[in-house]
Design a protein around this ligand. Structure first.
Ligand SMILES: [Zn+2]
Length: 155
């Protein structure tokens, strides 16, 4: 029990002789899940303070390697476009405004964004959908303040 107690977020009373092991394990995993959820909740709060919110802002920041921590709501998927040459990401646009190459359509550009964030040394995390504010499928903690919106949609 000592080893177990050291790993979980808070202690709970269990008499090893009287409590079936499965029950202890079940309890421990519930505590761990709650602990992880608490961490995620704080992460969401923290990220929302210095953040890009919503797919458009996050994609713009991700295109400039500006994302430190990306939070994607569980099950969120947004169709978009990807430039394989310069790693530009956006919701729409047939031509990449960075390098002029034709873009590739992606059924879930958030997935490409998550990969790009990890590639540039950031982290990406899937968050329980109910922890994310309803209006945002995705949020990102930024490395630097985002530039004002520009002509990045290629239209
Ligand atoms: Zn490009």
């Amino acid at each position: 029990m000592n080893e177990l107690r050291g790993r979980v977020a808070r202690t709970f009373c269990a008499d090893p002789a009287a409590t079936p092991v499965a029950e202890i394990r079940g309890h421990a995993s519930t505590v761990l899940q709650r602990y992880q959820r608490g961490l995620d909740e704080r992460l969401v709060d923290h990220v929302l303070e210095v953040a890009a919110l919503g797919p458009e802002d996050c994609l713009r920041a991700g295109s400039m390697s500006g994302v430190d921590t990306l939070l994607v709501g569980d099950g969120a998927a947004v169709p978009g476009v990807v430039c394989d040459e310069s790693r530009w990401l956006a919701a729409t646009g047939e031509v990449c405004p960075v390098c002029g190459a034709p873009t590739r359509h992606s059924p879930d550009v958030l997935d490409a964004l998550a990969a790009a964030v990890i590639e540039t040394g950031g982290s990406a995390r899937q968050i329980a959908a109910d922890l994310m504010p309803d209006e945002y499928l995705v949020a990102a903690k930024l490395r630097f303040p985002p530039p004002p919106p520009g002509r990045t949609n290629g239209s």
